[in-house]
Ligand binder design. Sequence first.
Ligand code: 5GP
Length: 190
Amino acid sequence: MELLKETILERGQIYPNNLLKVDSFINHQIDPMLMAEIGKEFKQYFGDREVTKVLTIEASGIAPAMTTAFEFQVPMVFAKKTLPSTLMKDKVYSADVFSFTKNVTSKVVVAETLLNKGDKVLIVDDFLANGEAVLGLKKLIEDAGGEVVGVGILIEKSFQPGRQKLEDNGLDVYSLARIKSIADGKVTFK
Ligand code: 5GP
C-alpha cells in the first residue's frame, strides 16, 4: 500500500535492534485518515471471504482493526494484555505471547462470550516480526471453536521469521508494507 510505505519513509524512525518507531501515526498518535484507507484496503483484499469478527491485541492494533471491522460491518474484539477484575479467570480464553522486543512472555485474554464456535475471524495487527502475537490470537480463536480466515498486517519485517511461521500454520497473510531491511538508517521495502 503506497500511502503506508510513503508515511513510513516520511515519518518512521529507526531505533537500535531493527526497531521501527511509528509513534507519530500508529503507536501513540494515530492518523485516522490513514487508518480509514487501511480498513478499505483490507476489505478489498479479504472482501470475498465471510468474516464475522475482526480480532486484534490492545493497544496499537485497535485503530486499524476498528476501521477494518467497520468496512466489514462486523464487531471488532481486542485481546487484553492484563486480566481486569471484572473478567473471571475461568471465563476467558487465554494464550501466552512471547515478545522478542521486550523479552517477556505475557498472557492475552478474551472473554469467552466474545468469541464463539463458528466465528470466522480476520486477525489484524500493526507489526509482524516473529509471529508470536498472531499465533496467540489464532489459539484464542480456535479454543473458542472459531476459524481464522486471514491475517492483515500493517508493517511486516520480512527479515524476521513471522510470515514463514504463519504460513506454516496454514494462514493467509496480507501485509500492507513489507520491509526487506533496516540498514544504515534506511528502510528498504520488498
Ligand atoms: P511478533 O509477535 O510478530 O514477534 O511481534 C509483533 C509485535 O511486536 C507487534 O504487535 C508490535 O507490538 C511489536 N513489534 C515488533 N517489531 C516492532 C517494531 O519494529 N516497532 C514497533 N513499534 N513494534 C514492534
